[in-house]
Design a protein around this ligand. Structure first.
Ligand code: SAH
Ligand code: SF4
Length: 340
């Protein structure tokens, strides 16, 4: 049965219209689901007996099953079981500006970035929108909090699951529902160019982050398989196109890997590459994992890289390190449970 949490408000309006019901019923159901958090259709007092029976027949209200949780200062990692037995993770980060949840979009990932844990588990399947929405609902219920920011940086490549990710964004952004601000949602992609262009044409005001991680094709080919299909110059061109269409500033993520992409010369080359693009660079200290040989850059190297970008007038920040103790950094999620 289809989960009600994967239905957009437009789809639900369509549903009620097809049953010769007013489409405002959809708004009412959204309010019960996401404002009042009712977990039983029979409690949706104003939608009418007949409609309650219909909803019960057509949709499920199953929550995601929370298996375990690990917490550290300001960060918690959650492991969920899906109905088919697959497992995914989400990470909650408490910032001074609110609670941000990093969610998964696929079971595994096929992009095969060499430094990434998620990519070690080949894609098993895409997540449905409901499985993304329910990660938020489960964490909010567990912690008795509201999530204000969403980052699509957990397991999976969001643009390899484009339609469900767009439905997810639509559902959580619906004002009569969860009402998470569109500018509080960030999608991160390893660089699937046709989807960056489609996203630009959609004109959504969602934040876009690009996992760049290298200043040239030679280095990027070494660490990211996707660069062989979509090389850097085409990626940059797609980002320019995105900016033209949306006027939204793009974030480039750049993991610093010791001896691979972290020299001053690399920083200068990166500055030249990004010159004239309205963007900023987020330098990410690499989270080492036991399975992968890459090492994180030293503090001084990170700072030197940062200085070099600054000197070249590139807007840059260094990401605060979250949850290395619980292996909870975004992008570092995977099946540690497999070994535990
Ligand atoms: N597939 C998408 C989104 C998920 S990965 C993407 O690649 O953009 C989210 C971010 O975490 C990416 O920038 C990814 O490169 C980064 N990441 C992956 N493994 C990491 C690690 N071990 N330490 C730090 N960042 C990592
Ligand atoms: Fe997939 Fe992103 Fe990991 Fe690359 S970094 S393997 S795209 S999850």
């Amino acid at each position: 049965m289809k989960s009600i949490y994967g239905v957009t408000i437009a789809q639900l309006e369509e549903y009620f219209l097809s049953k010769k019901q007013g489409k405002f019923k959809a708004t009412q159901v959204f309010e019960w689901l996401y404002k009042k958090r009712v977990k039983d259709f029979s409690k949706m007092m104003n939608v009418g007996k007949e409609n309650i029976l219909r909803l019960q027949e057509d949709f499920s209200l199953e929550p995601l099953k929370l298996l375990t949780k690990k917490s550290d200062v300001d960060v918690s990692k959650y492991l969920f079981a899906l109905e088919d037995g697959n497992r995914i993770e989400a990470v909650l980060m408490n910032h001074d500006y609110g609670n941000s949840l990093c969610i998964s979009t696929q079971v595994g990932c096929n992009m095969g970035c060499h430094f990434c844990e998620s990519g070690r588990l080949k894609k098993v399947r895409n997540l449905e929108a409901s499985e993304m929405v329910r990660q938020i609902l489960a964490v909010e219920e567990e912690e008795q909090i509201r999530i204000s920011h969403i980052v699509l940086m957990g397991i999976g490549e969001p643009f390899d699951n484009y339609q469900e990710v767009m439905n997810f964004i639509d559902i959580v952004n619906t004002p009569k529902g969860m009402d998470i601000g569109i500018r509080h949602i960030t999608v991160s992609t390893s660089g699937i160019i046709p989807k960056i262009r489609a996203f630009a044409e959609d004109q959504k005001q969602v934040n876009l982050a690009i996992s760049l991680h290298a200043p040239n094709n030679e280095i990027r080919n070494q660490i990211m398989e996707i660069n062989k299909a979509y090389p850097i110059e085409q990626l940059i061109e797609a980002v320019r196109y995105y900016y033209e269409k949306t006027k939204r500033r793009v974030t480039f993520e750049y993991i610093l890997l010791k001896g691979v992409n972290d020299s001053r010369e690399n920083a200068r080359e990166l500055s030249r590459l990004l010159k004239g693009i309205n963007c900023y660079v987020n330098l990410i200290p690499y989270n080492e994992t036991s399975h992968i040989e890459y090492k994180k850059s030293d503090k001084e190297t990170i700072l030197a890289f940062y200085d070099e970008l600054k000197k070249n007038h590139i807007a840059v920040t260094i990401r605060r390190e979250f949850g290395s103790k619980v292996n909870a950094a975004c992008g570092q999620l995977r099946s540690n449970y497999k070994e535990e």
